[in-house]
Unconditional design. Structure first.
Length: 379
């Protein structure tokens, strides 16, 4: 069988797509295992929960697999949307479901952006906040943090005054773990043009609610006469990364209806819908996960700072760490110890790694390995 020449295929690809970087999920555990001198692989690259799912969620998945695999799922996800709406006191018609919250990021860009439109987001930031707009031919301006990883109000005001059509703002920020305070969110709301769609990505919001500075975004947005959407996920604090389910709460049903027109009709499978409903109702498991994560964030941060490393204060389940040397090299050395982290490659942050927290035992191995790598070259 003859295959078309690669150059023939290449000529069909839109220039916006051809210039995009591939998403970096971190190193493949199987490949790291083959290279490592360790018999145990510790994966800290994807901000997953080490505390797993509750028995109630496991049972929901079991039942979902038993009765829902041979048939298509509810395309509207009505039961899950109603459960989310009830928990947040919003109508189910303003809830949209996604195959992870990043699926909704993609849908928003498909539904809203025209070539040449301006999108404003933050730096350092989640790569898909830049990638999805660029797929649509949009322009992306990234607003950097201050030298202390704080919110730069003047820089945000300048960027928002340029008239973006879409604003992506993660709170807490991925990869830094820092939060936007109530006052800073109010500044963004005041500076964002009423014609722009404001997207607040709260993928790690469950962890951040322990921080007294963290704002109630839905409450702040309820009275806003502007288009907005708040995105959340069951992948992180709820421990459901493998079944892929996220959601958005929108300012009005019209926005949800537009997203419904561009999404695939069965984008959240039946076991995922059932698992999310069960997870939403298990408040004790969520609270325990958040509590245990916060303890480890504090402990690991303290240990790394004692070793002389700069760690950005985090209200999430991950840390952004300045290793003082090229992050790619640090990540490779950690691979030999059986540890997978995310080497950050965004311009200006090439010495940083992002590492999610695991169990205390795994975290102790990470602390020892990272400090050994980062102090060995010092005089």
């Amino acid at each position: 069988m003859k295959h078309a020449a690669p150059t023939a295929s290449a000529s069909l690809i839109r220039r916006e797509v051809a210039g995009l970087p591939r998403y970096d999920p971190g190193a493949d555990p199987a490949e790291v295992a083959a290279l490592s001198r360790s018999s145990r692989i510790i994966k800290l690259s994807n901000n997953e929960s080490p505390f797993g799912i509750s028995p109630a969620v496991a049972e929901a998945i079991r039942l979902g697999l038993a009765d829902g695999v041979s048939r298509y799922p509810d395309p509207t996800g009505r039961r899950l949307a109603e459960a989310i709406g009830t928990s947040l006191d919003v109508p189910a018609e303003r809830v949209v479901l996604g195959n992870g919250s990043e699926n909704i990021l993609e849908l928003l860009c498909q539904a809203v952006l025209d070539p040449g439109d301006l999108v404003v987001t933050q730096a350092p930031g989640f790569s898909l906040h830049e990638t999805f707009p660029r797929v649509m031919g949009a322009r992306v301006e990234k607003v950097p943090v201050t030298g202390e990883f704080g919110f730069d109000a003047e820089a945000w005001s300048t960027a928002l005054a340029a008239g973006p059509k879409l604003v992506f703002l993660a709170n807490p920020c991925n990869p830094t773990g820092a939060v936007l305070s109530t006052g800073q969110l109010e500044h963004v709301l005041a500076a964002t043009p009423a014609s722009a769609l404001l997207v607040l990505d709260e993928a790690y919001g469950e962890f951040a609610r322990l921080d007294p500075e963290y704002p109630d975004a839905l409450e702040a947005l309820r009275g806003q006469d502007r288009p907005w959407i708040v995105l959340r996920t069951f992948s992180k604090a709820y421990g459901l990364a493998g079944v892929r389910v996220g959601y958005g709460v929108a300012s009005d049903p019209t926005l949800v209806q537009a997203l419904d027109r561009v999404r695939t009709p069965y984008n959240v499978n039946h076991p995922a819908q059932e698992a999310a409903i069960a997870a939403l109702g298990d408040h004790a498991h969520l609270a325990d996960t958040v509590r245990r994560t916060a303890l480890e964030i504090s402990r690991v941060t303290g240990r790394l700072e004692q070793a002389g490393l700069r760690v950005v204060p985090s209200s999430t389940n991950f840390l952004f760490i300045d290793t003082g040397r090229p992050s790619d090299r640090v990540a490779e050395e950690l691979h030999r110890a059986g540890i997978i982290v995310k080497a950050w490659r965004e311009p200006g942050y090439e010495t940083y790694i992002r590492a999610s927290l695991s169990t205390p035992e795994d975290n102790d191995v990470f602390i020892r390995s990272l400090t050994a790598i980062c102090v060995k070259d010092k005089p």
